[in-house]
Design a protein around this ligand. Structure first.
Ligand code: NAI
Length: 305
């Protein structure tokens, strides 16, 4: 297969000073993208600042690539996009990857733990993406990646704040995929599991060694490529494996026997096994499909009652 390249493209990778973001930045740069290596350089809980994005930029440059370091927080996303425009004159790709953890069991979670997580993950992706949105619309081209987590999709003890934020990003993707469709702006979500400082005390040591960010970077790079076909997809990847995830709806049930009957708590209980029967569950691409199906089901039930 012909090599997939990013020549002429400018990519912003947030939180690219280490972990997954660094692997994304290195791979994109090695394939011709000019990369803004953004990283606030804080600790894993978001405190402090340092300049470790410089080392990533040096590594890219030493291999003949082009990159610039940016030390703004993603909550000032417009400044990161300004760096891309000032340095490279354009922006084509945003990988919203920056992230921190403030894990606490729910009763112990402070409002500050809550707010900081929403700020970095959700507001950061909002600010960075919105700052580039008009540029993407005008040039009729944009590739945006959100970063979610299995902690959001499945829940995880001690991560109420993080789970909320990570599912919030899936919601943001869903709407931006719709709003960006006619401008060739594709918005997708990666759900990574990789060895990084965020997971070093969570993953068993043997798994930690194997779960290299470099195994996920090609998936994210393809999702950021011009030829990527999907928008609005959630892709889970680890250990050189990738799989798509989406919501499905059961066939559902009409909650009364005859149209004139009332819906009662008892009629709901009676219909419940059918409400939750997932045997013929299906994914719906659009809300309109759900509405059409609902109207059909209610009409059919009225006809035969
Ligand atoms: P990491 O800690 O190595 O990378 C996150 C980077 O984001 C750090 O370099 C940090 O300095 C930077 N950052 C934090 N706050 C920032 C801010 N306000 N502005 C700019 N940069 C900021 O961790 P990792 O694992 O590489 O995480 C990358 C993303 O993947 C995060 O969004 C994380 O939540 C997500 N993720 C990671 C998983 C894993 O298994 N490693 C699992 C699921 C999701």
């Amino acid at each position: 297969m012909e090599q997939l390249r990013f020549d002429g493209r400018v990519a912003v990778v947030t939180g690219a000073g280490g972990g997954l973001g660094k692997a994304y930045a290195l791979l994109l740069a090695s394939r011709g993208a000019k990369v803004v290596v953004n990283d606030l350089g804080g600790g894993r809980d978001g405190s402090g600042k340092s300049t470790f994005a410089d080392a990533v930029v040096q590594e890219i440059k030493s291999k003949g690539g082009e990159a610039v370091a940016d030390y703004n927080s993603v909550v000032d996303g417009e400044k990161i996009i300004k760096t891309a425009i000032d340095k490279f004159g354009r922006v084509d790709i945003i990988i919203n990857n920056a992230g921190i953890l403030r894990d606490k069991s729910f009763p112990k979670m402070s409002e500050q733990d809550w707010d900081l997580i929403q700020a970095v993950h959700v507001k950061g992706a909002f600010k960075t993406t919105q700052a580039a949105w008009e540029i993407f619309r005008k040039q009729k081209y944009g590739r945006i990646i959100m970063t979610s987590s299995n902690a959001g999709l499945f829940g995880n003890f001690g991560q109420a704040n993080y789970s909320t934020a990570k599912m919030g990003l899936v919601g943001l993707m869903n709407t931006l995929a719709i709003e960006g469709a006619k401008y060739n702006i594709k918005v997708n979500t990666i759900v990574p599991t990789a060895a990084s400082r965020l997971t070093e005390d969570i993953l068993p040591p043997e798994m930690f060694k194997a779960m290299k960010p470099e195994l996920i970077a090609p998936v994210v790079a393809y999702m950021a490529h011009e030829s990527f076909p999907d928008t609005g997809s959630v892709v889970d990847s680890t250990l050189g494996f990738a799989t798509k995830m989406h919501l499905v709806r059961s066939e559902g049930a009409v909650l009364k026997k005859k149209p004139a009957d009332p819906v009662t708590i008892e009629s709901v209980k009676e219909a419940w096994p059918q409400v939750v029967n997932m045997n013929n569950a299906k994914h719906k691409e659009k809300l309109a499909e759900v509405t059409v199906e609902l109207v059909q089901k209610l009409q059919v039930s009225a006809r035969y009652s």
